[in-house]
Write a protein that binds this ligand. Structure first.
Ligand SMILES: *Cc1c(COP(=O)(O)O)cnc(C)c1O
Length: 222
């Protein structure tokens, strides 16, 4: 099952686009099954759960942190994390830089763009993103490696709205790249698209799709 879904999704992805299998709340055995089907990039949302899975599972897995990350937990994942998807405050960005410096490892991360209508979602609005980067903060960092932007669309059945939001995200990505990272080849990722909307995200140039439910089934919370 898991194997077939992964192969289906992989076959839909344009060249250069990567699948992040979001495995939060699913057991190590499910991750192992995906791994055996060739999947190597997995996303988790909770530090403790991630740490115990890292211990249990093959060492060549590239782990991504896809959830909201608390500043005081950066130190646990900085040594190995492949990508932190959702940097939503200057404080978090500076802590990632500080921890990277401490251990001498550049830590790849994405800035979270808030485009959805929900009040509850984290991230910088397009205006906040631009004024934040206008301060030049990213040029002061030596070990937080900003590789692009991440966003989530509004949770809705209205595909036209999702389409508009991903189109906007793509536009902001291009503007931010041109204005603030013109000579920086690291700045190339646009992480957007989940189980129900990744096909729309792909049409707008997503480079990383984060898919959980479609691969692993419904999550068991608890
Ligand atoms: C849980 C989660 C996903 C995966 O969502 P599905 O709808 O299960 O595919 C993707 N991105 C983030 C940030 C998540 O928290």
């Amino acid at each position: 099952m898991i194997k077939e879904v992964i192969q289906d999704i992989q076959s839909e992805l344009p060249c250069g686009v990567r699948l992040v299998a979001v495995s939060k709340y699913h057991p190590a055995s499910a991750i192992q099954e995906a791994y055996d089907a060739g999947q190597r990039v997995f996303g988790e949302n909770h530090v403790q759960e991630l740490m115990s899975k890292v211990d249990e599972l093959p060492k060549d897995i590239e782990w991504h942190f896809t959830g909201h990350l608390q500043t005081n937990k950066v130190k646990y994942i900085a040594p190995f994390i492949g990508l932190i998807h959702a940097v939503d405050t200057e404080k978090l960005l500076r802590e990632i830089d500080r921890q990277g410096k401490r251990i001498g490892r550049p830590v790849p991360c994405l800035l979270q763009l808030h485009i959805a209508q929900e009040q509850t979602k984290y991230g910088f609005t397009p205006d906040e993103m631009k004024s934040f980067l206008s301060t030049g903060v990213h040029q002061e960092l030596s070990h937080a490696k900003i590789c692009g932007l991440m966003c989530m669309a509004t949770f809705t059945d209205d595909t036209e709205q999702i389409d508009r939001e991903f189109a906007l995200a793509r536009q902001i990505f291009e503007e931010v790249k041109t204005s603030f990272f013109p000579e920086n080849d690291d700045f190339k990722e646009l992480s957007m698209g989940m189980s129900d909307d990744y096909q729309i995200a792909l049409r707008h140039g997503s480079t990383l799709v984060r898919i959980g439910t479609r691969i692993f089934g419904e999550r068991v919370y608890g």
